[in-house]
Design a protein around this ligand. Structure first.
Ligand SMILES: [Zn+2]
Length: 151
């Protein structure tokens, strides 16, 4: 992640892109206007559902990995947001630029890189907190014999 910032992480971001592209038509079934947001919703929904599922199964490491994946998506989203005015990223299918459309709609296009900076910050904070949580659990449980996978 450090090496590719602000780039594209091979494999992981391909999965994110797949969920992003799936999100548009799914949300588009319900609302034309919301279809633009569907991509971002799509790429966040899958790791969020996994995180909730692992939490309910009390799978700590898998839960933390899903949370890290969820927040890694924020870096990916920030990269796309920061491109709203520049329009330099190659887009799948060469279609509309989601964040150019959204920020124009919200009348905040001139703040694209600032908003992206905040989103990137939240992404890193979320990932670091999830990693610290795993470290804290390990530290707390280090003298116990039960599995670290258990809450
Ligand atoms: Zn999109």
């Amino acid at each position: 992640m450090f090496a590719s910032e602000p780039g594209f992480i091979f494999g992981l971001d391909h999965a994110n892109l797949l969920f992003h592209e799936a999100g548009h038509p799914i949300v588009g079934l319900f609302s034309n206007r919301l279809e633009t947001y569907g991509g971002t919703m799509g790429q966040l929904t899958f790791p969020a559902v996994l995180a909730v599922s692992f939490w309910r199964q009390r799978q700590a490491i898998s839960f933390a990995a899903s949370v890290i994946w969820f927040f890694e998506n924020w870096l990916n989203i920030a990269r796309y947001m920061a491109d709203a005015r520049a329009l330099e990223l190659p887009l799948v299918g060469g279609g509309d630029h989601d964040w150019n459309t959204i920020f124009t709609r919200w009348n905040v296009l001139s703040y694209d890189t600032e908003i992206a900076g905040m989103v990137r910050f939240i992404g890193w904070t979320g990932m670091i907190l999830a990693a610290l949580w795993v470290g804290w659990r390990w530290w707390r449980d280090r003298s116990r014999t039960d599995s670290i996978e258990q809450f």
